[in-house]
Write a protein that binds this ligand. Structure first.
Ligand code: C5P
Length: 230
């Protein structure tokens, strides 16, 4: 069977990573969480006092950052390594969520992220989720999905997920963070969050995880079959 590239883009907390992970497992493809890469860069900037507005400092810092993914058998997905250190848990903290969209809007950070993501897709057989994957990273992808969900449902889902690890967190904080990231991601100059013209919209507001997986896998299998009989 031919392998394809599948992209999942959309606003924050639409369930993109969950779906991408499930699709990759079902298809025996590689799953890449591109947001984890921007989060790890943000962690490096915080730990090393790098100002994301100082392009010279950003450029110098990026030469010292090595990102890799390492399969974690206990979660069944890959953890991100920042210069060899597993930072999968650290990058989910609220201090990272507060800064990541500003860092990810920097032109040099984007060039750095996009180049590495394109490299990872050379062999195809990949499911990547993010904001600009269908538009900038893989404009030639065979299947592009734009995931959406009602804002109140997104806040409720993210709150549930975050409150387990951050007991003090409030729904208002979560709501403000999602709104802020969506605003910055949609309005930045370089690679803003957009639905690719040829992306299929998947609104999962009222779908179970199983239902959305079934739908998305059906789209993927149609594409894979079409590619294979050409
Ligand atoms: O996907 P996640 O919410 O973890 O991504 C964190 C942040 O990384 C996003 O809010 C966005 O600012 C940035 N990002 C991006 N481009 C991507 C993936 C994520 O700018 N392809």
């Amino acid at each position: 069977m031919e392998k394809i590239i599948i992209t999942l883009d959309g606003y924050s907390s639409c369930g993109k990573s969950t779906l991408a992970k499930q699709m990759a497992r079902a298809l025996n493809y590689i799953f890449i969480d591109s947001g984890a890469m921007y989060r790890a860069i943000t962690l490096y900037f915080i730990e090393n006092g790098i100002d994301y507005l100082d392009d010279a400092a950003v450029k110098a810092a990026l030469t010292k950052i090595h990102l890799a993914f390492d399969y974690n058998a206990s979660t069944g997905s890959s953890d991100i390594l920042l210069n060899g250190r597993n930072v999968e848990n650290d990058i989910r903290e609220m201090r990272i969520s507060q800064l990541v969209s500003d860092v990810a809007a920097n032109q040099y950070v984007r060039e750095f992220g996009v180049a590495q993501q394109q490299q990872m897709g050379l062999q195809k057989g990949i499911v990547m989720d993010g904001r600009d994957i269908g538009t900038t990273v893989f404009p030639q992808a065979e299947l592009k999905i734009f995931v959406t969900a009602d804002p109140s449902i997104r806040v409720a889902r993210r709150y549930l997920e975050l409150s387990a690890k951050n007991p003090g967190i409030t729904k208002e904080e979560v709501q403000a963070n999602l709104a802020m990231r969506d605003e910055i991601d949609s309005n930045r100059t370089f690679s803003p969050l957009r639905k690719a013209a040829d992306a299929i919209v998947l609104d999962n507001s009222h779908l179970t995880r199983e239902e959305q997986l079934t739908t998305a896998l059906q789209w993927a299998n149609e594409k894979i079959t079409a590619m294979s009989v050409r």
